[in-house]
Design a protein around this ligand. Structure first.
Ligand SMILES: [Fe+2]
Length: 256
C-alpha cells in the first residue's frame, strides 16, 4: 500500500527546496528518518498488521513536515514565537495544498494521519480520540521523544541552546523543575528558567513513554544514559541530578 522508496523520494524532493546543507534543515531530515524507524519498531512490537506498521512509519516520515516551512517563514523552530508545528504540518498535508497525496494514494487513513501529526507535539493528546487513533498518536509521540535524546547527544549543544554545554554546567536547576521530577511527569515549559532546566527537563520525557518497546529503545540506544552522566559544577545541583537519574533509571527498568 505504501511504497517506501516513493515516500523517501517525495520527502527528499520536498526538503530540497529548503537547502538540506543548512544544519537546521539536515538535523530535521535525520530526525525524520530516525523517528520513522522508531515508529516501525514500536508498531511491530505491538503486533500491528503490516499495513498499520506502514502507516505508523509514514506518520513518522511526515510528523515534522511543518518544520521546513516554519524555519523558512519564521527563521525559528520555537513554536511559541512562530506557529505550532504540529498544527502547521497537518495543515500542509491536509489543507489546501493536500501534500499527503504525494505520499499515499488511498484516503482511508487520512483522519488518523492528520490527527497523529497534529497532536505529536502537544503536552497531552485529546481525551476524546478513539482508541485506534490514540494508538497511532501515542506511537509517534513515543518515537519522537526517543529521538530527542539522540539529538541532544549528536547535535552541537550551542546550536540547540545558543550557549555551550560548559556554560550550561555552571547554571542552577530551578527548585520548581526539581520538585516536578518527583511527580514523575514531563516538566512543564513555563517552569523552565535556566538552560540547565531545559537540558535536564528533557530527561523527564522518559516518564511519558507509553509503550514498553519505547523504554527498551531508550535503553538500547543509550543516549539518555549518556545525557544523564552530566557533571555540573555545583555539588548541590549535581546531587539533584543524581536523584533525577535514579528516578528515571527506575522508571525505564521497572516496566520493560
Ligand atoms: Fe515535531
Amino acid at each position: 500500500m505504501i511504497n517506501e522508496q516513493q515516500v523517501k523520494a517525495a520527502f527528499a524532493n520536498y526538503t530540497k527546496n529548503y537547502n538540506p546543507e543548512d544544519p537546521k534543515i539536515s538535523l530535521k531530515i535525520t530526525h525524520t528518518y530516525k523517528v520513522a524507524e522508531n515508529c516501525r519498531v514500536i508498531a511491530e512490537s505491538l503486533k500491528m498488521s503490516e499495513e498499520d506498521v506502514e502507516i505508523a512509519w509514514l506518520i513518522g516520515m511526515l510528523h515534522d513536515i511543518g518544520r521546513f516551512e516554519q524555519i523558512a517563514r519564521f527563521g525559528t523552530f520555537n513554536d511559541a514565537k512562530s506557529v505550532d508545528h504540529g498544527d502547521f504540518g497537518a495543515d500542509l498535508l491536509f489543507g489546501k495544498g493536500f501534500l499527503i497525496t504525494d505520499y499515499i494514494d488511498v484516503r482511508d487513513y487520512d483522519a488518523i494521519i492528520e490527527t497523529a501529526i497534529k497532536h505529536h507535539n502537544k503536552y497531552r493528546i485529546p481525551e476524546n480520540l478513539d482508541s485506534r487513533t490514540a494508538l497511532f498518536a501515542n506511537i509517534i509521540r513515543d518515537a519522537d521523544k526517543i529521538d530527542i535524546f539522540r539529538v541532544q547527544i549528536e547535535e552541537p549543544i550551542i546550536g540547540i541552546y545558543g550557549v555551550s554545554l560548559e556554560d550550561i554546567k555552571k547554571e542552577r536547576l530551578s527548585d520548581a523543575v526539581f520538585e516536578q521530577f518527583k511527580e514523575r511527569k514531563a516538566i512543564l515549559r513555563e517552569l523552565k528558567k535556566t538552560h540547565l532546566d531545559y537540558y535536564v527537563g528533557h530527561f523527564s520525557l522518559a516518564f511519558e513513554l507509553v509503550f514498553p518497546q519505547s523504554r527498551k529503545l531508550v535503553l538500547e540506544q543509550g543516549y539518555l544514559r549518556q545525557l544523564m552522566d552530566l557533571q555540573v559544577e555545583d555539588a548541590k545541583v549535581q546531587q539533584r541530578i543524581g536523584f533525577i537519574r535514579d528516578e528515571i533509571n527506575r522508571e525505564l527498568e521497572s516496566i520493560v
